[in-house]
Design a protein around this ligand. Sequence first.
Ligand code: ADE
Length: 420
Amino acid sequence: MAIKHDIKSLTLASKGKGRIEWTARQMPVIDQITKRFISQKPLKNLKVAACLHVTAETANLMIALKAGGAQVSLCASNPLSTQDDVAASLVKDHGISVYAIHGENRATYYKHLNAVLDTKPHVTMDDGADLVALIHTTRKELVAGLIGSTEETTTGVIRLKALEGDGKLLFPVIAVNDAKTKHFFDNRYGTGQSTMDGVIRATNFLISGSRVVVAGYGWCGRGVASRAHGLGARVIVTEVDPLKAIEAVMDGYDVMPMSEAASKGDVFITVTGDCGVLRPEHFLKMKDGAMVANSGHFDVEIDVAGLKKMAKSTREMRSSLVEYKLANGRRIYLLADGRLVNLGAAEGHPGMVMDMSFANQALSTEFLVKNHKTLSKKVYSVPQIIDEKIASLKLDSMGIKLDKLTAEQERYLSSWSAGT
Ligand code: ADE
């Protein structure tokens, strides 16, 4: 049977195949899960609609789900993150339906979301909650057939908790992002490395000795600040949360409001998850040559419309880098159109961390299949037993062994009477 798809070109498949196989080498936990899924088929006859970044790492998750017996269809969770060669290989070599084209416009983006929903899925898998939002607005007829959903990212979990808080969530959702084996690693080390990779690929700018301003000191901001510092940058952090701000200070960074940082930075990176972080009042204060990039989920952190309005002229300097010349004569450089710079200008997080994130996706899907009858219309955490299992499998794959508590240590930890 022909595999339904809407991708750039099937002729790209052989390049995508190599990328998927190379990445698989860095995803040993997914490999183990795939092998178990092949023998146990826990997802037999399950229809999964996934809206994720269409990358080589995601491809390995899709292959694992299919190995478990699922019928999978995939669309992009961001118009700029699709790797067209990977999409082609998924269709041609793995028989997986993909609807995603790098650079697709908004109308095509939503056409593709609707295409995966047309499969009448039992489980949806989101990175940013767009499928769930669509189901709750224009595709409510699908609710009856759904057993639940999973969510990959901080921004998506925030949206879903708002939906739950309004009493409007219509099925259970597992917040994959909140698993420790997800956000401690993917958000920090993955975003940290891939964001700096995106900034460097877009600009070829020397980070060493430069002033990098990181807006937001959540798990992603911590990662970006630490990797920028590691490359030799003098890092400034901006924050609204006093606890995160004091942590940034004690980690050794300067902390100040964006109104002050604006005139100091060479490179600005937003990772707050909120809108309007870099606004016209900030652009006006920036130095000639300042570079602005976003690594938060949605393209709302930099006021790109405001920047366009202020600009007397714009020109593309190189791939993922556009110059905006302001009336004051200064030039500001916008990376990846203000969309996720790590996926727009680079390749996203490496397989080594996506291994754990996507192991959470695969095992949460299996958990939904086994437990959906007892779940309510709530946002659930990934069960701790799954989180710990993934950490153990990852350590095993790295050949790292742990100590074990002695009987005396176990007794000591469970006693309240042993004191001074
Ligand atoms: N999110 C961040 N990096 C990613 C990657 N490489 N693949 C899929 N989703 C991602």
